[in-house]
Design a protein around this ligand. Sequence first.
Ligand SMILES: O=C(O)CCC(=O)C1=CC=C[C@@H](O)[C@@H]1C(=O)O
Ligand SMILES: [Mg+2]
Length: 315
Amino acid sequence: MKYQFSFRNISQKFTRPVITNHGVWEIRESVIIRLIDIKGKISWGEIAPISWFGSETLEEALDFCHQLPREITSEIIFEIILKIPDKLPACQFGFESALENLQENHESLNYHHLNFSGLLPAGKAALNQWQNLWKQGYKTFKWKIGVNDITEELAILNLLIDQLPESAKLRLDANGGLDDNAAKLWLEKCDNFPNKIEFIEQPLPVDKFSEMLELSNYYSTKIALDESVATLQQLENCYQQGWRSIFVIKPGIVGSPSRLRKFCQQHQIDVVFSSVFETAIGRQAALKLAAELSSNHRAVGFGINHYFTGSIPNV
Ligand SMILES: O=C(O)CCC(=O)C1=CC=C[C@@H](O)[C@@H]1C(=O)O
Ligand SMILES: [Mg+2]
């Protein structure tokens, strides 16, 4: 079957910049791809790279799209997908999702059984943001650490824990921004609140795997790898090296959905699915995978709508 292929670079301004140890992120750019079959059926896909996490850059994704023909067959798309090198994981996700949408009625997808985690702003702004999310039904919150001075952040954590309702859970995400001593301080602190702190995400940089493995065996607070398992290759490597605590998987940048399915079906891992701040197009494809592969109770990190205003830009 022949398809008309087109793509468009879009950008969305965050209403509130995403501030992490990686820096201040103000504009989210991604590539929306569109396939139209001879009957006029339209299928969408989204390529939403996060290069500082280890995916390709937006420019590399656009170059890849530019070199493709405007009219392609499903065989060529499949061939393209097989040929997309692992260094273009966001393209793998975008094209394979678009092809899957052509092949099945994905509207039937039901992911309403998933619980969602709401992302709190870094710093003390979290103290007056959690209530709005709680009112919207969020019971799990994620708060960025390693952004401000540790003494200040530990004091804010005390206030957050005092304020949060009994049933609320808190995740802390350091984005690899702590050193060994700071990571131990945070873990010691969190071990005092075993029913409140769900896990600390990526406390140390990606090159400190063995230190994180050691910490995960020493403290009761769980550690979740995120940047360390950003692509399928890294995910497989960390598993082979013995990681059995939590894996944060960002479907939008991890790579091929079919390869991810295979990995999660082969290994019963403790997984948290996480957004890459994609539009509803990428979100739907990512939540489809989360609904299929979330074998446990952990909330999915897709509570980020308050980070954008308005609807998807028209593509
Ligand atoms: O995982 C979530 O709860 C929301 C998404 C999220 O926190 C992130 C998405 C993309 C890049 C980062 O800023 C951040 C993360 O590190 O997990
Ligand atoms: Mg993270």
